[in-house]
Design a protein around this ligand. Structure first.
Ligand code: NAD
Length: 532
C-alpha cells in the first residue's frame, strides 16, 4: 500500500500510479520548501512574473495532455476539462502578470491626520513563507494550479497535496512548475490522504493553508492550523440556489441552469442544486429545463460528443441516489432521470430533475454534488431570496431576470460570496472576480485582488526624520491634556468653525507645538483635514 493506483471512473482502466509520500517525510519537504522560500522572496516581482509567463506557455502547449489526463483520471469530458480546467489558470496567470506587480509593489499612503503629515508611510506586502495547499478531486487542475500560481507569485513556497482520487493531475502540476524553471523545492507535491495532510498542518514552518474541500474536513483543518497560528483560507461546499423571476427569458434560464447544474456531472462546489421559480412561470420553466436536461449526452469523457461523463467515485453515486430516493419518498415529482446508466459503466448517472421540492428534503439542504437539480415554486422574489438564504451554505447564487433594476436590488440581499445575473459561477472564470463563500462555504478569498492580498502579510512602515519628540511622549502635563482635548474635539468632528476655534486655541501654544511638529506640514494638513 505504498502506491496509489488510479483507475479511470469512466471504464475502470488503470490510468497510472504514484508513490505515496510517507507522512514522516513531510517535515523534511517543508524544510526544503522553507529554504527555497528564503531565496525566492528576494526575487523581484517582475522576475517572478517571468516564471509565470513560462508556466503559462507550458500549460498552453501541453493543454491537450492536461485535459486528457483530467478526463481519464477524474471523468469530466475532455472538452469540458479544456474549458473549466485550463481557461481559468491561463487567465489567472495573465491577471498576475498584468496586475500583480502593481498590486504587490510597496504602496505609499498619505494619512489624513494632520499630525502625521510630516512623515512618510508605506505598505509592504510580504509573503508568509511555506503554504500547504490541500486540494479536492473535482477540479484537480484548475483549483490547485490557480492557488499555486498566486502563492508563488506573492513570494511563498508551497507543498501541494492533491486528493488521493486525482494524484496524477497533482503530480503533473508539480512537473509543470519544475519544467517552467521554478527553483528546486519551491513547489513540491505530497501524495496521500489525511495523514499527509495532517503532517503538513502540524509543521510550524508551514505558515498558511489553503484548503478546498468538504465542510467537516475544513473545520478539522482550521482546528489543526490554529495550534501553530497559521493563516487559513477555506474554500468549502455549496448548495447553490438559482432564482428565476417571472420576467426571465425562460429558454435562456433553462439552458444556463441545465449547464450549471450538470457541469462536471454536478460535482461542482458551486453547481446549481436548488432552483426557486416564481409561480406564474413555474410549469413552463420546468418544461424548458426538462427539455434542456434531456438533451445532455452522457458518455465516455474522451468521446467528443459527450456532454457529461461519469461520477468520480462510488460514494458520490450513492449520495445522489439517496437524495433522489428521499425526495421521491417526500412527494417530489421526478420529471427526468433518476437512474444509473449501467449500460455505460458503473458510475454514470442520468441528469435528474425533481419538481415540487420541499425545504425538508435532503437534496434541498445538504450538498448533493451530483447530477440532480431540485425545483420549488415561490410566490415572490422576496420569498425566493429568503429561501435561497435559508441554508448553512453561501458559496454562489444566480438570478435570472430581464430587469436590471430588480437584479441590482436583489443581488446584494443574497448571503453568498458571488452572484451571477443571467448566468452562473461567473466569478471563478473571471480572474478579476473573487472567489469564496459566506457562512459554512468558507473563510477568506482566492482569485483577483482580494484573493492575492490574502496570500501576503501587510506591513506598515512609518518614517519620520524631523528629530522632534512625539507630542504624546513623556513628560505628561496639564498643558498636554488641554491640547489633547482641543485636538480630539477637532479631529472627531472637523468643521471650519471648530478649525478656527482650535487654531485660535493653539496659537499661544505654537512654541510648544513646534517642538513636536513641523509647522508647515502640520498647518497644511490641518486645513486639508477640513476638506474630508
Ligand atoms: P474532502 O474534504 O474529502 O477532501 C479534500 C482534501 O482534504 C483531500 O486532499 C483530502 O485528502 C484532504 N484531507 C482529508 N482529511 C484530511 C485531514 N484530516 N487533514 C488534512 N487533509 C485532509 O473533499 P473532497 O471530497 O475532495 O472535495 C469535495 C468537496 O470540496 C465538496 O464539498 C465541494 O463542495 C468542495 N469544494 C469546494 C470548492 C470551493 O471553491 N469552495 C471547490 C471545489 C470543491
Amino acid at each position: 500500500m505504498n502506491r496509489i493506483v488510479v483507475k479511470s471512473p469512466a471504464d475502470g482502466a488503470v490510468v497510472g500510479e504514484v508513490p505515496i509520500t510517507p507522512a514522516e517525510a513531510v517535515a523534511s519537504m517543508v524544510e526544503r520548501a522553507h529554504r527555497a522560500y528564503l531565496e525566492w522572496r528576494a526575487v523581484p516581482l517582475v522576475e517572478r512574473a517571468s516564471y509565470l509567463r513560462r508556466l503559462k506557455r507550458l500549460m498552453l502547449k501541453r493543454r491537450e495532455e492536461i485535459a486528457t489526463l483530467v478526463a481519464r483520471e477524474q471523468g469530466k469530458p475532455r472538452i469540458e476539462a479544456l474549458i473549466v480546467e485550463l481557461f481559468p489558470p491561463l487567465d489567472v496567470s495573465a491577471f498576475l502578470i498584468d496586475d500583480g506587480v502593481r498590486l504587490l509593489r510597496p504602496r505609499s499612503i498619505r494619512s489624513k491626520n494632520p499630525f502625521f503629515r510630516d512623515r512618510r508611510s508605506t505598505y509592504y506586502f510580504h509573503p508568509y513563507g511555506v503554504w500547504a495547499v490541500i486540494a479536492p478531486w473535482n477540479y484537480p487542475f484548475t483549483i490547485p494550479m490557480t492557488q499555486l500560481m498566486a502563492l508563488t507569485f506573492a513570494g511563498n513556497a508551497v507543498l501541494l497535496k492533491p486528493s488521493p482520487l486525482t494524484p496524477l493531475t497533482g503530480a503533473l502540476i508539480g512537473e509543470l512548475f519544475a519544467q517552467a524553471g521554478f527553483p528546486e523545492g519551491l513547489v513540491q507535491v505530497v501524495q496521500g490522504g489525511a495523514p499527509q495532510g495532517e503532517a503538513m498542518l502540524e509543521h510550524p514552518l508551514v505558515r498558511g493553508v489553503i484548503f478546498t474541500g468538504s465542510v467537516p474536513v475544513g473545520r478539522l483543518v482550521a482546528e489543526r492550523a490554529a495550534k501553530t497560528n497559521k493563516k487559513v483560507i477555506l474554500e468549502l461546499g455549496g448548495k447553490d440556489p438559482a432564482l428565476v423571476l417571472a420576467d426571465a427569458d425562460l429558454r435562456h434560464a433553462a439552458q444556463g441552469i441545465a449547464w450549471a447544474a450538470m457541469v462536471n456531472a454536478g460535482q461542482t462546489c458551486a453547481s446549481v442544486e436548488r432552483v426557486y421559480v416564481e409561480r406564474p412561470i413555474y410549469e413552463p420553466f420546468l418544461e424548458a429545463l426538462r427539455e434542456e436536461l434531456a438533451r445532455i449526452r452522457v458518455g465516455h469523457p474522451l468521446s467528443p460528443d459527450t456532454d457529461m461523463g461519469p461520477l468520480t467515485a462510488r460514494f458520490q453515486l450513492e449520495r445522489v441516489q439517496q437524495h433522489i430516493a428521499d425526495a421521491c419518498a417526500q412527494g417530489g415529482r421526478m420529471l427526468l432521470g433518476g437512474r444509473v446508466r449501467t449500460d455505460l459503466g458503473e458510475l454514470y448517472h442520468e441528469p435528474t430533475l425533481i419538481a415540487d421540492a420541499t425545504d425538508a428534503m435532503l437534496g434541498m439542504r445538504e450538498e448533493t454534488f451530483g447530477p440532480l437539480v431540485m425545483v420549488q415554486p415561490v410566490d415572490s422574489p422576496e420569498e425566493g431570496i429568503h429561501k435561497a438564504n435559508d441554508s448553512a451554505f453561501g458559496l454562489t447564487a444566480s438570478i435570472w431576470t430581464r430587469d436590471p433594476r430588480k437584479a441590482a436590488a436583489l443581488a446584494p440581499q443574497l448571503e453568498c460570496g458571488s452572484v451571477s445575473v443571467n448566468s452562473h459561477i461567473v466569478a471563478y472564470g473571471d480572474s478579476y472576480g473573487t472567489w469564496g463563500g459566506f457562512k459554512d462555504s468558507g473563510v477568506g478569498r482566492t482569485h483577483g485582488e482580494f484573493g492575492l492580498y490574502e496570500l501576503v502579510q501587510v506591513q506598515y512602515v512609518s518614517e519620520v526624520y524631523t528629530g522632534k519628540p512625539e507630542l504624546w511622549w513623556y513628560p505628561y502635563s496639564a498643558r498636554l491634556q488641554r491640547i489633547t482635548d482641543w485636538l480630539m474635539e477637532f479631529l472627531a468632528e472637523p468643521s471650519a468653525r471648530l478649525g478656527l476655534k482650535t487654531a485660535r486655541r493653539l496659537l499661544p501654544e505654537m512654541r510648544y507645538l513646534t517642538r513636536h511638529f513641523t509647522p508647515l506640514a502640520t498647518t497644511l494638513g490641518f486645513w486639508r483635514y477640513l476638506r474630508y
